[in-house]
Design a protein around this ligand. Structure first.
Ligand SMILES: NC(=O)c1ccc[n+]([C@@H]2O[C@H](COP(=O)([O-])OP(=O)(O)OC[C@H]3O[C@@H](n4cnc5c(N)ncnc54)[C@H](O)[C@@H]3O)[C@@H](O)[C@H]2O)c1
Ligand SMILES: [Fe+2]
Length: 378
């Protein structure tokens, strides 16, 4: 049996943020709207036209802009309290994965008696949540269409809430918001999206025909657009392909969950604040080489390579990834992001606990395998 879920209302409109009043229509429970974002996004003015449109339409708007990358628990909890006090009838998550993940949890906690530590895990968070609209400003996480929120816990480890109430009510994809995304963030977040598509295609428990189709079409868009988006940033077609590709990859992995690339990437973000996409990029090639020794992974990587027209083998796919990493100038080694080899045992101790994702990987991994992979990229 296969099953597939996604957000049922997805709108694609470059410049659509300026018509935010039209895009919220039918969602809010009252005339009060809370927008969850971060200071970087806010200071770029990306939200200004949307705020003006909501105010003109008679909404009272509260902006919670305390989100930081790899959102920690205390920020999420204080955001939920502020939104509850404000009496919001709609939550809008506006930004990259960090603000969108935070918005999902805020919308849930503000409408429930539960606390954050009680809802970690798969299908644990159940019950109502405030209406939720998500608007991505990076082309990476696909968080706008996933039922996942990744939170950094007190000890610097990452934990996730994975449950269907986290699917948003509506998504707006406005590629204009991504035109000013700096090259290094475009590259790292875009590679995150590629990893989502590849890991969905090779996910052993819930791989399904719909995720397969979405993953392949995501990769076709992302691999063709990523270098252009990084090297000619104003190319709106490339920006739109990146945004749509990241969303398609999000739909794929929300149903066929990610594997060991993410498992090994999480400690880099949790302990060392390496951006999520860059963490994935650093570990992906070595994890894929490790996986390719297993027959089914070999077959699946070869299918992806054929679909992209780059060859017929795992090494053809890996070469294509290396080419794109070169063209987008992402860092390659742990030392490039100031992670010392001394940290490898601690990172491996943390990664091996990420059973939620490691269990989906096409080849099972021991702690010793993880140490070896980190050592190869040290
Ligand atoms: N929920 C999911 O399904 C899912 C999937 C993958 C990753 N994640 C999580 O998402 C987070 C990473 O999200 P992300 O990679 O989108 O980055 P992010 O949201 O952390 O943002 C990174 C930086 O980019 C800036 N930024 C965002 N949009 C911009 C724009 N248009 N122009 C200029 N700067 C901009 C932000 O201000 C921030 O400084 C991590 O916490 C990760 O664990 C969640
Ligand atoms: Fe990711």
């Amino acid at each position: 049996m296969h099953s597939f879920r996604t957000v049922s209302d997805i709108r694609i409109e470059p410049g659509g943020t300026a018509r935010l009043d039209a895009h919220v229509a039918g969602l809010p429970r009252n005339k009060r709207i809370a927008i969850v974002t971060d200071k970087g996004v806010r200071s770029l003015g990306l939200l200004d036209a949307g705020l003006a449109a909501l105010k003109d339409a008679g909404y009272q708007v509260m902006v919670f802009d305390e989100v930081v990358a790899d959102p920690p628990e205390d920020v999420v909890i204080s955001g939920a309290e502020a939104v509850q006090q404000f009496g919001a009838g709609l939550v809008i998550g506006f930004g990259g994965g960090s603000p969108m993940d935070t918005a999902k949890i805020i919308a849930f906690l503000a409408d429930n008696e539960t606390t954050l530590p009680e809802i970690y895990g798969v299908d644990v968070a159940q019950g109502p949540r405030l209406p939720l609209l998500l608007i991505p400003t990076t082309s990476g996480t696909g968080s706008e269409v996933t039922n996942v929120a990744v939170i950094t816990t007190g000890k610097g480890s990452k934990n996730a809430v994975v449950s269907d109430p986290l699917y948003a009510d509506r998504v707006l994809l406005d590629a204009d918001l991504t035109l000013g995304l700096p090259g290094h963030i475009t590259a790292a977040t875009g590679i995150d999206a590629m990893v989502h598509a590849i890991e969905a295609y090779t996910s052993i428990h819930r791989k399904n025909p719909i995720s397969d189709a979405l993953g392949l079409s995501a990769l076709r868009k992302l691999t063709h657009a990523i270098s252009r988006a990084v090297n000619t940033p104003a190319d709106i077609e490339a920006r739109e392909d990146m945004l749509i590709g990241a969303m398609l990859a999000g739909q794929a992995f929300s149903n066929a969950p990610v594997g060991a690339v993410h498992g090994l990437a999480y400690p880099l973000g949790g302990f060392f604040h390496v951006p999520h996409g860059l963490s994935n990029s650093l570990v992906m090639v070595e994890v894929m080489k490790f996986n390719a020794q297993e027959e089914r992974a070999k077959r699946w990587y070869s299918e992806i390579a054929r679909d992209l027209g780059v060859g017929d083998s795992p090494s053809a796919l890996i070469d294509e990834i290396l080419r794109l990493q070169d063209e987008t100038r992402v860092q390659r080694r742990l030392r490039d992001v100031n992670i010392n080899a001394d940290a490898i045992p601690m990172m491996a101790d943390d990664a091996i606990l990420k059973d939620r994702v490691l269990r989906n990987n096409p080849r099972s991994m021991t702690r010793a395998d993880i140490v070896k992979i980190y050592e190869t990229i040290a």
